[in-house]
Design a protein around this ligand. Structure first.
Ligand code: B12
Ligand code: SF4
Length: 420
């Protein structure tokens, strides 16, 4: 039996832009969900992983598969549906999974034969057996996997050329910030993979640079931090020689031993969701954790940077509580080396749309378009690249004002001071 696993083209990250700038190479990331799925696939299936962001394959040229599995973030959903249409027109069944299919199963079912919601570990073998016998169900509910039983991802299935390898060591996040789908998708409890499994899998990652995709590698409680230290000690013992970046919460700054171990284990940078420099903004997105116990964010960032770990801060701009000058505050207060914005973007995902503050009458969800709900509420179909002023100029005055005030202050410092 032949299985194609496909990562649909994502206009924001495609390698086809690589010639324009060498930085684009760093925007193409391995579709770890598909490699994980391949790892769960019995050996009598011949698996091929296609990453359209590395160039558009000619699917008609090769032998037809018996089944296609397609993944998608919301930004890839439109292309996922095109891929599905192409294969279905040739009589091949298509099953879709991943975050977008999980949060929008009814929409996905209009385009594919079958949808797997949640994590695939508990149902993928059944899906394959059903496909083999021509009895695919419309939906399979995956739920949360037991990480102790998790199979390693098949890192051998993708070509060379990615800047970063990828690995996952935990799932779930208890913080449940209002804009984020992780707690809804992966649960509010941290689930840890056994450390030996992680080390074994890391040995199979060919890239020297690795993205640890965990939503929070260190966790927020003492037991989680201790587990992170154990993992780092194991990485050091294993002499893997990898350099890695990861996502953490700001409490990493509170533990000198953790910081020292992280550096020794190869940590080069951490991505931290600061979300907002104001207490009002943090309350709005439900991430007061960042300033709990009177934390001084700037001092915390400094403590991490002192260990020569780069800090990349992620912020949401355009919150209801934001006022003119917010960009300047973002640029100056936390003193991170690199800022990533989600300007006005609060992802249009169902868990958000459940929130009473959101005006659901705004018109329907536009797949593939991750523009902020405020802009959609204004009846606009904006591209997700809201940093592009051309798009902003077509936005209603309230939004233009908000971003005109915010962005220059921000980018000026970052660019002028060569912090990027
Ligand atoms: C790593 C990561 C990134 C990386 C790399 C992305 C990549 N290509 O892999 C980077 C940093 C680039 C990134 C960027 C962004 N990301 Co991101 N990212 C993640 C993260 C933390 C991990 C993804 C991952 O590898 N998981 C590990 C694998 C094993 O899990 P999985 O993919 O979910 O796969 C499992 C199941 O879903 C299922 N499955 C998946 N595919 C399929 C297919 C089939 C056929 C089946 C049956 C099952 C199945 O089986 C797998 C095993 O259980 C997730 C959060 C999360 N915990 O998932 C956010 C997440 C995916 N990102 C998110 C967002 C919003 C973004 C950004 C838009 C942020 C921004 N403002 O710029 C950007 C833009 C990305 C883009 N261009 O589209 C959202 C997506 C929400 C949505 N509805 O799409 C998430 C869920 C986080 C959140 N805040 O809610 N991201
Ligand atoms: S801490 Fe990060 S992963 Fe956890 S809910 Fe908040 S944004 Fe999502």
């Amino acid at each position: 039996m032949r299985l194609h696993l496909i990562n649909p083209f994502n206009p924001l990250v495609s390698m086809s832009h690589a010639k324009q700038s060498r930085w684009h190479r760093y925007r193409v990331w391995k579709p770890l969900g598909l490699l994980t799925l391949a790892g769960l696939t019995p050996p009598d299936w011949e698996v091929t992983v296609f990453d359209e962001n590395f160039g558009m394959p000619n699917y008609a040229a090769g032998p037809a598969p018996d089944l296609v599995g397609v993944t998608a973030f919301t930004s890839q959903a439109n292309r996922a549906y095109e891929v599905a249409a192409e294969f279905r027109s040739r009589g091949v069944s298509v099953v879709m999974g991943g975050i977008h299919a999980t949060v929008r199963p009814d929409e996905a079912l209009q385009h594919v034969d079958s949808v797997v919601t949640g994590e695939a570990e508990s149902v993928w073998a059944t899906v394959l057996e059903d496909a083999r016998h021509g009895r695919l169900q419309r939906t399979y509910a995956g739920g949360y996997a037991d990480m102790a039983q998790a199979k390693p991802a098949r890192h051998d299935l993708l070509t060379k050329g990615y800047a970063f390898g990828a690995i996952q060591t935990t799932r779930g996040c208890p913080l449940n910030c209002s804009f984020c789908s992780v707690s809804a998708m992966n649960g509010k409890r941290y689930r840890h993979r056994p450390i030996d499994d992680v080390i074994r899998e890391l040995r199979t990652v060919r890239e020297k640079l690795v993205l640890i995709v965990d939503d929070n590698l260190i966790g927020i409680g003492a037991a989680h931090v201790e587990r992170a230290k154990e993992l780092m000690r194991a990485m050091i013992r294993a002499k893997l020689g990898k350099k890695w970046i990861c996502q953490v919460t700001i409490n990493m700054a509170d533990d000198e031993e953790l910081l020292a171990l992280a550096v020794k284990a190869g940590c080069k940078g951490v991505f931290i969701g600061f979300e907002s420099p104001t207490n009002e903004g943090l309350a709005e997105v439900g991430k007061e954790f960042n300033v709990s116990k009177g934390r001084d964010l700037r001092a915390s960032v400094r403590r991490i940077q002192r260990h020569k770990i780069g800090v990349m801060g992620s912020f949401i701009m355009g919150l209801d509580t934001d006022t003119p000058g917010i960009g300047r505050r973002i640029a100056h207060e936390p003193r991170v080396q690199y800022v990533s914005f989600a300007p006005g973007i609060i992802k249009p995902i169902p868990r958000l749309q459940d929130r009473p503050t959101l005006d659901n009458t705004a018109g329907s969800f536009i797949p593939g378009n991750s523009s902020g709900w405020r802009l959609r509420r204004a009846g606009l179909a904006c591209n997700s690249d809201l940093l592009n002023l051309h798009v902003l100029q077509r936005s209603p005055p309230c939004c233009v004002d908000r971003f005109k005030h915010a962005l220059p202050g921000c980018s000026f410092r970052l660019i002028a001071e060569s912090h990027i």
